[in-house]
Design a protein around this ligand. Structure first.
Ligand code: SAH
Length: 347
């Protein structure tokens, strides 16, 4: 593995992203599939995704949850709705619940603390949080309450692009939070969007190297999907160095992430399923990914977590049995049991 990690230096990563032909890419996917098997095994880990609020006080130019978007019905689940949904997920056999939201200050530290404590006291379940940027002492408290993983995507490591897309936000703050999370003891996850307007192949290669350098535990990268109700939605700028959001690029990123990080948990994202109608999800799972995040948000709220149009979340409760069967059939892999923490692989 060590030699594989160092084989993929910046120039080779750029080559595979931008220049490799179809045959070379097939080899890359197959190699990533082998490394996935050696490092994290043949089990697909299912994480129950519970979107607890779509309220957000940020203004990210690409995201449908952004504060300025009036074309979205806002919701915030109450304590009972959250705890009940986590309970349904536990009974359905999920070993992890991922509580995700916009950056919503109404979700106070105390409110989240009490929910974490209730879930971990009732169920043998890992709690992952994806609630945006929070102060270190709050993260510490939630960890002490029983949360064990946190997702905070860095979205792009191109500082100029980051600044343009995230008014009033700081890339450095994201980096500091990712390192705080690791210091506290969380398994930390990051990720980027693929095909953001203005994103170059070089910066995407930088993102992949950053996953390795930060030693993240989880990675989620999906295609950028334009949302017409956002300032970025109408942009269509084509120049030669612009990253495309096609399936080939998403699979190449997935494979490279596996090859440079080895034993991380890598998600085949909902956006991947949405854009490449189902099949993309299965192909990602045979190109390095090993995690699927079915949506367990109760209706009607599930459809209101509208980051981009046409979202096709996997129904994690009503569709759970069918999903498991389909995942096995389409990928030839197994469904993993248990909590699915990161286990370091030393091969
Ligand atoms: N607010 C949380 C994340 C919630 S939104 C945080 O800051 O961590 C979850 C993710 O949706 C974002 O991290 C982003 O990567 C993705 N996303 C937002 N807009 C998108 C779009 N138009 N297309 C694809 N993915 C998008």
């Amino acid at each position: 593995m060590r030699s594989m990690k160092s084989f993929f230096d910046r120039d080779r990563i750029i080559y595979f992203l931008r220049d490799a032909d179809a045959g070379e890419r097939r080899m890359l996917y197959a190699t990533a599939d082998t490394v996935r098997r050696e490092c994290v095994g043949d089990g697909i880990h299912l994480r129950a995704l519970l979107n607890i609020s779509n309220c957000c006080d940020r203004a990210c130019l690409y995201c449908g949850l952004r504060a300025g978007n009036k074309n979205i019905t806002r919701y915030r689940l109450d304590r009972k709705q959250i705890v009940d949904a986590a309970g349904r997920a536990a009974r359905e056999g999920y070993g992890t619940v991922v509580m995700q939201s916009g950056e919503d200050p109404v979700l106070t530290p105390e409110f989240i603390s009490s929910i974490i404590r209730e879930i971990v006291s009732r169920h043998d379940m890992a709690v992952t949080l994806s609630l945006g940027e929070r102060p270190r002492e709050v993260l510490r408290q939630w960890y002490d309450d029983g949360a064990s993983r946190y997702l905070l995507k860095h979205e792009t490591s191109d500082l100029v692009l980051y600044g343009r897309l995230h008014p009033g936000m700081s890339f450095t703050a994201r980096m500091e939070m990712l390192s705080s999370l690791k210091e506290i003891g969380y398994q930390a996850g990051s990720g980027v969007m693929i095909g953001l307007p203005g994103q170059t192949w070089e910066s995407l290669a930088g993102d992949i190297m950053l996953f390795r350098d930060l030693d993240v535990d989880m990675i989620g990268c999906g295609p950028y999907i334009a949302n017409p109700h956002t300032p970025l939605g109408g942009t269509s700028k084509k120049d030669g160095n612009q990253v495309s959001a096609d399936e080939q690029t998403v699979l190449t990123v997935t494979a490279l992430n596996r090859l440079v990080t080895g034993d991380t948990h890598i998600a085949a994202t909902t956006a991947t399923k949405t854009l490449y109608s189902g099949g993309g999800l299965y192909r990602a799972l045979r190109s390095g990914a090993n995690v699927v995040m079915p949506d367990v948000t109760p209706s009607p709220f599930r459809d209101q977590y509208l980051i981009y149009p046409g979202k096709e979340p996997v129904d994690g409760i009503a569709g759970a049995a069918e999903l498991r069967a389909e995942l096995k059939k389409q990928t030839g892999l197994e469904i993993a049991g248990g909590r699915g923490d990161r286990v370091r692989c030393h091969s």
